[in-house]
Design a protein around this ligand. Structure first.
Ligand SMILES: [Ca+2]
Length: 165
């Protein structure tokens, strides 16, 4: 019997949302900034500009992360059905405004959702690794809206130490 070394691969998935270094979007409607999807408040939300093709929301991490699943809370107050045909992609290529993200897909939601609905989207952490996580509308709907997003996954031990210093 031996004591195993700390192994990054065996680290349990945890909420890594707060490790993100930036949150951006293809467009923003007024004060409904991307940070509104990350503030722990289910009563507010991120909202892209309306009727713009290929709307996306992106989290950037300062290092590659392995993503196991996402928990998403839709906007509560209205228009939950707008969240549909959403592609969730993870990789090292940042998204470009006006274009759909090109990273490998971790999940796809056919939808439609409804007001305030909570969703869990499973990813494969071994195949869904990178610095960028994007959620993108792949269909014509009014806007991308996200009440709250939680990202679960793992980071390497050395990377974790560099963040904590
Ligand atoms: Ca919020």
């Amino acid at each position: 019997m031996s004591i195993e070394e700390d192994d990054d691969e065996e680290t349990a998935a945890e909420d890594i949302t707060s490790l993100a270094s930036d949150a951006t979007a293809s467009s923003i409607l007024g004060a409904f900034r991307p940070g509104k999807a990350l503030d722990g408040n289910l009563d507010n939300f991120f909202h892209s500009q309306e009727n713009v093709a290929n709307s996306w929301f992106q989290l950037e991490f300062p290092f590659e992360v392995k993503i196991s699943h996402l928990v998403l809370h839709n906007r509560k107050s209205c228009c939950g059905e707008r969240f549909k045909k959403v592609s969730m992609d993870v990789g090292n290529t940042p998204a470009v405004p006006g274009q759909l993200p090109t990273n490998p897909r971790c999940a796809f939601f056919e939808g439609p959702s409804s007001n305030g609905m909570e969703h869990t989207f499973e990813c494969d952490p071994e195949n869904n690794q990178g610095k960028y996580l994007s959620l993108a509308l792949t269909t014509d709907t009014v806007a991308l809206q996200i009440g709250e997003l939680y990202v679960f996954g793992t980071v390497g031990k050395k990377k974790r130490e560099s963040v904590l210093q």
